[in-house]
Write a protein that binds this ligand. Structure first.
Ligand SMILES: [Zn+2]
Ligand SMILES: [Zn+2]
Length: 354
């Protein structure tokens, strides 16, 4: 055990991927194929989100250790919205304020999809989220794999994009992160997630058929690690509730596994009386709080408070900081200059005493 090794964690990490298209809309894989790809990629859960279509809900359940849930993507011209936890499809013809309100009212979860897409080329148009003053959603898809890939696509760069996608997948836009941090400071705390938006589209080039990109390949990149109090239940309905509850509560640590597996990643707040808290939690007003970051490989680790960097370490696996300052803390870890891990916030209470 190295000197950096922290005390044992009270939590269970559960990796999964959301924002997935199947043959029920414009994806090329069936639900069972997609589940197998998830299994090979080491995932424990996935959420299928076809365009305005919930037929995948008839195929939910356990697939060889992978919990397969179904939601859908409300897909008008712009303002795409990922929905889960509902058994009805809210029509995309409604204005965004209305579908955001309806999903919440009916008890579903809603995530603003690829809000800051910046496509400027002729192949597609940007699908952006127009009204950044709107409230009432569960969370924001901060980082979307296919959306960022397409953004950086050009005819000249198409082979680089295809064979070295890791060079074009960089991270959430600064505007998206600033928006998310600002909402936390305002006292309203949307969950940050990463999304695959995988379709496994087949294209003809160089005399053969290519998949851009196969499900398994994308599943090995942007991953949402749920931070659970106990492992997933064996009974599917109970496990599905655990997954949705964690997403709702901000119990998510995001990773781009291109730069390393993130199993073992931790961001916790430890109190002197031994209580532990993690991402999404509100830490009660007792002082001092020790924030613990642990990543499974050496990295550049930066701790942010209310969107501003407060401390960083380089080439380490652990960062500790004891603080009296209330605020909304989150972590970014980079390897070789690339964003590897991005956590949700831990909220240190306002009544925090010195
Ligand atoms: Zn979309
Ligand atoms: Zn999509």
């Amino acid at each position: 055990m190295s000197r950096e090794e922290p005390p044992p964690s009270a939590y269970h990490l559960c990796p999964g991927v959301l924002h997935i298209h199947t043959t029920y809309s414009d994806g090329t894989g069936r639900v069972s194929d997609v589940a197998q790809a998830a299994k090979r990629a080491g995932l424990r859960w996935i959420i299928i989100t076809d365009h305005d279509d919930l037929r995948a809900a008839t195929e939910t359940g356990w697939y060889d250790g992978v919990a397969v849930l179904a939601g859908y993507e409300i897909t008008p011209e712009r303002n795409h919205y990922l929905v889960c936890g509902l058994d009805e499809v809210i029509p995309h013809t409604l204005p965004p304020a209305e579908y955001v309100r309806l999903v919440a009212e009916k008890g579903g979860l809603g995530f603003v999809a690829h809000p800051d897409e910046q496509v400027t080329h002729e192949y597609t148009r940007p699908f952006r989220w127009d009204d950044w003053s709107l409230r009432g959603f569960t969370g924001i898809e901060l980082w979307n794999y296919m959306s960022e890939w397409i953004e950086r696509y050009s005819r000249r760069r198409r082979y680089v994009n295809y064979f070295f996608p890791q060079l074009v997948i960089k991270g959430p836009t600064p505007a998206t992160l600033a928006w998310w941090d600002r909402l936390a400071v305002e006292g309203w705390r949307p969950t940050g997630v990463v999304g695959a938006d995988v379709h496994a589209t087949k294209v003809r080039a160089l005399g053969r058929t290519w998949e851009v990109f196969p499900y398994e390949r994308v599943f090995r990149t942007l991953t949402d690690y749920l931070v659970l109090d106990r492992p997933l239940e064996a009974e599917f309905t109970a496990a599905a509730s655990q997954i949705l509850d964690a997403l709702r509560a901000g119990r998510v640590i995001m990773a781009n596994r291109t730069w390393g597996e993130a199993a073992g990643v931790r961001f916790e707040a430890h109190l002197p009386d031994g209580r532990q808290f993690t991402v999404g939690d509100e830490v009660p007003a007792v002082a001092p709080v020790t924030l613990l970051v642990h990543v499974p490989r050496r990295a550049h680790i930066t701790l942010y408070r209310n969107g501003v960097p407060v401390t960083r370490v380089a080439g380490r696996t652990t960062l500790r900081m004891t603080t009296h300052d209330s605020g909304h803390y989150r972590v970014e870890a980079r390897r070789w200059g690339h964003l590897w891990i991005l956590t949700n916030h831990i909220h240190l209470g306002e009544k925090h005493e010195r």
